[in-house]
Design a protein around this ligand. Structure first.
Ligand SMILES: Cc1cc2nc3c(=O)[nH]c(=O)nc-3n(C[C@H](O)[C@H](O)[C@H](O)COP(=O)(O)OP(=O)(O)OC[C@H]3O[C@@H](n4cnc5c(N)ncnc54)[C@H](O)[C@@H]3O)c2cc1C
Length: 588
């Protein structure tokens, strides 16, 4: 082995692999949100050697500071491809999506160390107690009930109080008692130092409409309103990702090696036992052998793609591409869940969309961010969130009954305050609105392969807003967003009639047309290799993430969750990876 330190100074290069055959205890495919949690925890004791294969590299190198500065996360994450940076994004193009006016859309996914935690909007909250109880019941493992599972949410995070010196008194969160239990985890969770001014009025409107303030969203409850937390380091105001939080502190360990800019091209088997991974660094092929396990953490699009290419998936699909079938697993690639979002926009008389509309204002925002750690650049937007069960007066009995299948604490709708809904050309006036996200959905998508090569993009149908229940909920959510913006609490700040979509969109048919033409997903793709009981024909992994019928192969990432709990999934992915790392180390 080459020297790994000179005069006691570790050599940075010792942490990185080069494209030649090698053997490790654990080989992790994907250095993303879940993959880097596993890399850190499995290498912590020094007893096991761990390799991570990641298609991307460090986003601080590949994406300048665009991923680090909160507001700039919006760059490259829209529906189009014009501003996408291929060094940090997979540039996935979906099949024509009915929910986006029939267009093929850009579906952002992180191709970088930290994965989508390095590209996401950093919104951090946890799902509800009822949703994790449902998870535990569906997979037959009480370890997913909130009372037990919450330990892993807490293990992964450090809670930081709001900085009252930076936020106005009427927008400073009250102490969240649950924060005290998240004391020393790797990922910082904090409140933004800046809040969109119109938010205080929206807070009053949502409360008047029944969404009462609650202490926060990290203790298993969501219904109500609260200030939204982010995965931002409060000292630097820079993004915390799986790369900053889990990888960097572990890089000094000599038993952890990262192969960056390296694709896993196939999982290798001896019979039905996974024994390693075939890899490629810029076309140079090599193989990594796994003594103990191969762990697949390539995310909800690429984990099923790699499984299929490696011979585990629906038989008909594998036959079509001449892939020899190791295991006929019909659930691989099925059941994509995601959350669609829709918005309404109004002209307002408080500063909102004009914060950054000239070069001079941008310069001032950069100064404010760098010198004071605040201003519009320090937030990704949506500083206030409210959740509710949709008022049943707004939906049919049939839809109400369908929505009621989820637990009582599972909201149907999420509302975020935004400075103007995307799609509106900026002018000198200020605009703001409410974005509504559907978090109790029935439309499901699919991912399948287009060839037997990992280098050909998988075929992705998100299919969002195709199910009639989702369509009715979208219409109701849209009306609710309107009710918030036109509530009398907003009268002092809203100017005139609605701007987008405006008064021409009134009947349910008109609203649905608008929604289907202008909605977007918020990139929560999940459940494509879902966890479940052995008796479930579509379940791909058991509650320990082990692939049914295969030995020494585990899936730990957003593909392996049984369903999307309400809201934003990052907290759940971190917690799942923490939990399964514990189980692997415990010999499970
Ligand atoms: C734009 C955007 C905004 C979002 N906003 C939020 C938010 O605000 N809050 C929230 O909670 N969630 C948000 N999410 C969702 C959340 O970030 C993801 O659900 C979560 O990060 C997924 O984690 P993962 O480990 O499953 O996959 P990822 O973190 O995506 O990791 C997968 C990794 O595998 C690598 N990989 C894939 N294939 C291969 C291969 N063949 N070889 C080697 N490496 C490979 C990828 O490059 C990637 O690094 C957002 C996601 C996006 C994209």
């Amino acid at each position: 082995a080459p020297p790994d330190s000179i005069s006691g100074q570790p050599l940075l290069g010792s942490s990185f692999g080069i494209p030649f055959n090698a053997t490790y205890d654990y080989v992790i495919i994907g250095g993303g949100t879940a993959g880097l949690v596993l890399a850190n925890r499995l290498s912590a004791s020094g007893a096991h050697s761990v390799a991570v294969l990641e298609a991307g590299s460090f986003y601080e190198i590949s994406n300048s500071n665009q991923s680090q500065i909160p507001r700039w996360v919006w760059n490259g994450a829209g529906l189009g491809f014009g501003d996408v940076n291929p060094l940090v994004d997979w540039e996935i193009e979906t099949e024509p999506e009915e929910g986006s006016g029939g267009a093929r859309i850009h579906y952002p996914r992180g191709r970088t160390l930290g994965g989508s935690s390095s590209r996401n909007h950093m919104v951090y909250h946890r799902g509800t107690k009822g949703s994790y109880k449902k998870w535990a019941d569906e997979v037959g493992d009480k370890g997913y009930e909130w009372d037990k599972f919450k330990a892993y949410f807490e293990k992964s995070t450090t809670f930081n109080k709001a900085d009252g010196s930076k936020r106005l008194a009427n927008s400073t969160p009250a102490e969240d008692p649950a924060g005290a239990r998240s004391k020393d985890g790797p990922v910082s969770i904090s409140y933004t130092n800046w809040v969109l001014p119109i938010t205080s009025w929206v807070l009053k409107a949502t409360e008047a409409l029944g969404m009462k303030p609650i202490p926060g969203f990290i203790d298993g409850d969501l219904i109500g309103s609260s200030w939204n937390m982010r995965t931002t380091d409060p000292k630097t105001q820079v993004r915390d990702s799986a790369e900053t939080a889990y990888l960097r502190p572990a890089l000094k360990r000599r038993n952890l090696i990262v192969y960056h800019t390296t694709y896993a091209t196939k999982i290798l088997f001896n019979g039905t036992e996974a024994v390693g991974v075939r890899a490629s660094t810029l076309g140079k092929a090599f193989a990594l052998t796994a003594r103990k396990e191969v762990i697949l953490s390539a995310g909800a699009i690429h984990s099923p793609q790699l499984l299929m290419i490696s011979g585990i998936g629906p038989k008909a699909t594998l036959d079509k591409y001449g892939i020899s079938v190791l295991k006929d697993a019909p659930g691989v690639g099925q059941g994509i869940e995601d959350h669609p979002a829709i918005g309404v926009t109004y002209k307002v008389r408080v500063k909102s969309s004009t914060f950054l509309d000239t070069p001079a204002k941008n310069e001032e925002a950069v100064r404010e961010y760098l010198e004071e750690g605040t201003g519009p650049l320090s937030s990704t937007g949506g500083e206030l969130v409210a959740w509710e069960k949709v008022p049943r007066r707004l939906v049919s009995n049939k839809t109400a009954a369908a929505l009621d299948v989820v637990p009582k604490d599972w909201p149907d709708l999420e509302f975020l305050v935004t400075s103007s809904y995307p799609g509106l050309a900026p002018d000198k006036d200020d605009y703001a609105g409410v974005t509504v996200v559907l978090v109790n959905t029935f439309s499901r998508g699919t991912v399948t392969i287009a060839s037997s090569s990992i280098f050909d993009q998988a075929i992705v149908h998100i299919n969002f807003l195709t199910h009639p229940v989702d369509q009715e909920l979208a219409i109701a959510g849209f009306k609710r967003a309107r009710e918030i913006m036109t509530h009398k609490s907003m009268a002092a700040v809203v100017v005139g009639d609605e701007v987008l979509p405006g008064n021409g969109t009134f009947t349910d048919a008109q609203i649905l047309k608008y929604v289907k033409a202008g909605s977007r997903t918020i990139s929560h793709v999940s459940c494509t290799c879902k966890m479940g009981k052995k008796s479930d024909p579509l379940a791909v992994v058991d509650s320990e993430g082990r692939v049914f019928g295969i030995q020494k192969l585990r899936i730990v990432d957003a593909s392996g969750i049984p369903f999307l709990p309400p809201g934003h999934p990052m907290s759940t992915i971190y917690a799942l990876a923490e939990k399964l790392a514990d189980r692997i180390l415990g010999g499970k």
